[in-house]
Design a protein around this ligand. Structure first.
Ligand code: TZP
Ligand code: MG
Length: 204
């Protein structure tokens, strides 16, 4: 499956600083991550395109797709496999029209209203959260908890991935809530051994 959400690594440039972005991603892939999203709220487009091209080289042949957070132009210029957008980012229709056929497009959802308004027919997956409050995302929406996660995952016609404050010990609760995978930043990026940290997740 091209879009295997089981263990979805979202990168953070500060938390990856210890090992470096590229080494962190390479280690996480050895440890079993199934998707990688390049997320950087401060880099310029040019810097982010260069980072994306380097990550694509690292992921080459691994079967792990590279998704870009928010910035359609970076996804297009770097030849990434997909784009993940939030509620206030690039419109999903614009992204679908611009991206190559077969590109993976995901959307963040925090409530049933947002799910009802989502153009699910042109999306590949949805991100549900934050499950818990987290310092990894500024000004995040109200945490939904496992109960909210279950409500949204079960109402969703699309595969879903849970995000926000999640650790390896939460895999079971996330799966039982009905999500198809678990997405993390700090539980992998912020760890001294990112490969081992990824390996400690047993989603399936
Ligand atoms: N979207 C909702 S919560 C979040 C994002 C990008 C941050 C998740 O980071 P962490 O460290 O896994 O809590
Ligand atoms: Mg966003």
């Amino acid at each position: 499956m091209r879009c295997n959400l089981s263990l979805y690594l979202v990168t953070d440039p500060d938390l990856c600083r210890g090992h470096g972005l590229e080494s962190t991603v390479a280690a996480a892939v050895r440890g079993g991550v199934t998707m990688v999203q390049l997320r950087d709220k401060h880099a310029s487009d040019t810097e982010m395109i260069a980072q994306a091209i380097r990550l694509k080289e690292i992921l080459e042949g691994s079967g792990v797709p590279l998704i870009i957070n928010d910035r359609l132009s970076v996804a297009l210029e770097s030849g990434a496999d997909g784009l993940h957008v939030g509620q206030s980012d690039t419109a999903v229709h614009e992204a679908r029209d611009a991206m190559k056929p077969g590109a993976i497009i995901g959307l963040s959802i925090n409530s049933l209203d947002e799910l009802a308004a989502a153009p699910v027919e042109i999306l590949d997956y949805i991100g549900l959260g934050p499950v818990f409050a987290t310092p990894s995302k500024q000004n995040h929406a109200q945490p939904i908890g496992f109960e909210g996660l279950a409500t949204l995952a079960q109402a969703s016609p699309l595969p879903s991935v849970a995000i926000g404050g999640l650790k390896a010990e939460h895999c079971r609760s996330v799966r039982e809530a009905g999500a198809h995978g678990i997405a993390v930043i700090s539980a992998i990026c912020g760890q001294t051994d990112p490969e081992q940290a990824a390996r400690s997740f047993r989603f399936t």
